[in-house]
Design a protein around this ligand. Sequence first.
Ligand code: ACO
Ligand code: ZN
Length: 254
Amino acid sequence: KDSDKQLVIDAGQKRFGAISCSICGMLYTASNPEDETQHILFHNQFISAVKYVVDEIREMVDNDLGFQQAPVTCSRTKTLLFISNDKKVTGCLIAEHIQWEGNERAGERKKGRKKERKKERKKERKKGDPRRGLLATAGQPGPEEEEEKEEEEKEEEKGYRVIEEKIPEVSTENEKVTFERQKAWCCSTSPEPALCGISRIWVFSMMRRKKIASRMLECLRSNFIYGSYLSKEEIAFSDPTPDGKLFATQYFGT
Ligand code: ACO
Ligand code: ZN
């Protein structure tokens, strides 16, 4: 044991000791070049594997939502995956930046976002809910690459607020539910300054109504723009399904 210790001498390196990468999860010693090399190899493999998995998940979610061929059109997207304790993807949220004239915050720099994500994951892990899984952001380029992309892609899309229809007054719970599911989804005519559009949100059928979607949205709100927490007004749902409407109505309190 003592000889092991002697292999690594703290010569004042800042990042001394075993650390666990917040992205790939590999445990390594930052001051050890061999470890660092191993980490970089594993890390890159992990990133490409995750990217591949996210594409497949997106396809599966699209099928589930009945999207025939609706690839995510804009690369300025963020994908959140909800991973259960048994390491299965049980939730997926795809969000994109909405660009509109005068939208100042959309141009904000995203430096240090990685740090934020790390913090969020830590927070998520700490809570210790039995349903709790690891909330991971995946399928997106690293911060440097991402910044470049954000310069290139500008999407012309505006968010419209959903207007709630009144539920008929004398109705049983059942009728209410039926009405909720059938009613038209009305939008206001004036665009609102939404910054973030939810293009997909999906939770594995057997895990619904356990606040997984709510938690993914919370995570999105604190990670979408570095250093600020998105208000509910800054988020818009695109083309929601009946389930999506019920969820959004409840979550956004519209
Ligand atoms: N019926 C009634 N109320 C609902 C429903 C529903 N089906 N789903 C959510 N809510 C409301 C409830 O008030 C719920 O709180 P409660 O369970 O304490 O009553 C609250 O919203 C929060 O719900 P969560 O548990 O956080 O939502 P969940 O994890 O179940 O996910 C989702 C909701 C994503 C809509 C899920 O039902 C789903 O994946 N459905 C199939 C895919 C889909 O249609 N996605 C939306 C597409 S729209 C789009 O992507 C832009
Ligand atoms: Zn790593």
